[in-house]
Design a protein around this ligand. Structure first.
Ligand code: MRU
Length: 359
């Protein structure tokens, strides 16, 4: 993805060294971090220097490589610690178990490290390719909407950041938008700010701005109003974990957008790659672990002035706060899932047609 004319991915490796963009500094500063140990990778995930389901997976995969290449590190212990960083995005567990599997056939440290590095590279580049394919399938959905309103702009609402910063490249929810924009379809994006960490106003707006996609940042509560007034043609969001029956965990507030979309007849799509499916569970509300983060993220709002981030208290100091990171949108509210293999209904039978290996 482009920033000031230069192509970036959200994580990269160079001669065995791993680098990330420190997303806590965006949109104000483009800063890079070198991950020199598996502990650095774990900290980057836990402290949200990296975030977004596929990128969490890729960072964990590189973390496993960093563990494997360091003499004296017990790989199983590193795997457990990486798995404990964040609970909801299933890509984390997908990548850790994939890396362990890749290392299984070998015994010495050097070949284990080589296998883990190859796995991490493959995970990252497969994820980018999947996002590109999601973009191509989703583009056709946007094109179909555009054809029904010739000469007019297609308005798409998105929540949180399911863009290239959350993935490796392209993004999930944003990939169809980038491809539609590049194909000359007039699109405009309503960007939910996404309290409390503001991934929408900080990251999605940053991405869209750099790609030249028209967009408007709105408060999290504005979507229903816009939909009631015919100002949203479709919603596209990402997912941290989707069950085999199509229940979708995504950033807190996604469910309320799905309810508003349902009430107003606005199509509600979820874009996700293979690594964000959890085939072991059906009922998302009962079975998906929902991350609860520190209450200070709710009580303080972060902003930029005089060259640095500042946190400002916005509640009475003594008021308690709760900070649920995700919610679950039941499959019945999802118009369709946009995957790298095509678009399907959020239903087990439809998903199994696309992914027959999970019968
Ligand atoms: O808490 P975050 O920033 O990791 O949450 C990210 C999201 O909820 C994204 O929408 C989701 O990971 C899909 S990313 C392609």
């Amino acid at each position: 993805m482009r920033i000031q004319g230069q192509h970036y991915q959200s994580i990269w490796e160079d001669a065995g060294s791993v680098f990330i963009i420190d997303q806590r500094r965006l949109p104000h500063e483009l800063d890079f971090l070198h991950l020199s140990s598996w502990e650095d990778a774990a900290t980057a995930i836990r402290d949200m220097a990296v975030r977004g389901a596929p990128l969490i997976g890729a960072t964990a995969a590189y973390g496993m490589y960093l563990a494997a290449k360091t003499p004296g590190v017990a790989i199983e212990d590193a795997a457990k610690a990486l798995a404990a960083t964040r609970p909801t995005a299933v890509d984390l567990f997908f990548a850790i178990s994939g890396s362990l599997q890749a290392m299984k056939a070998t015994t010495d440290h050097a070949t284990k490290a080589a296998a883990a590095l190859q796995y991490a590279r493959d995970f990252a580049q497969t994820s980018a390719a999947h996002c590109r394919a999601i973009g191509e399938h989703g583009l056709e959905l946007i094109r179909a909407v555009a054809q029904k309103k010739p000469g007019q702009t297609v308005h798409i609402l998105t929540h949180c950041n399911a863009g290239w910063l959350a993935c490796i490249d392209y993004g999930t929810a944003t990939a169809p938008i980038y491809l539609a924009h590049d194909a000359g379809i007039p699109v405009h994006v309503w960007v939910d700010e996404t309290r409390p960490r503001n991934q929408g106003s900080k990251l999605t707006a940053y991405e869209l701005l750099h790609h030249g996609v028209p967009h408007t940042v709105i408060t999290d509560n504005a979507g229903g109003h816009l939909m009631q007034h015919g100002m949203v043609d479709m919603v596209i969001v990402g997912s941290d974990r989707t069950t085999r029956q199509g229940d979708v965990a995504n950033k807190i507030g996604t469910y309320l957008k799905a309810l508003a979309a349902h009430d107003n007849g606005v199509p509600f799509y979820v874009a996700l790659p293979e690594s964000s499916f959890d085939w072991t569970i059906r009922d998302g509300i009962a079975e998906i672990p929902i991350e609860e983060r520190d209450a200070t993220e709710v009580k303080y709002i972060e902003g930029w002035s005089e060259g640095r981030m500042h946190a400002v208290l916005i509640t009475p100091e003594a008021s308690p706060a709760k900070n649920y990171g995700f919610d679950v949108t039941p499959a019945r509210l999802v118009t369709g899932l946009i995957t790298e293999r095509g678009v399907c209904a959020a239903r087990e039978s439809a998903l199994l047609e696309l992914y027959p290996e999970h019968q």
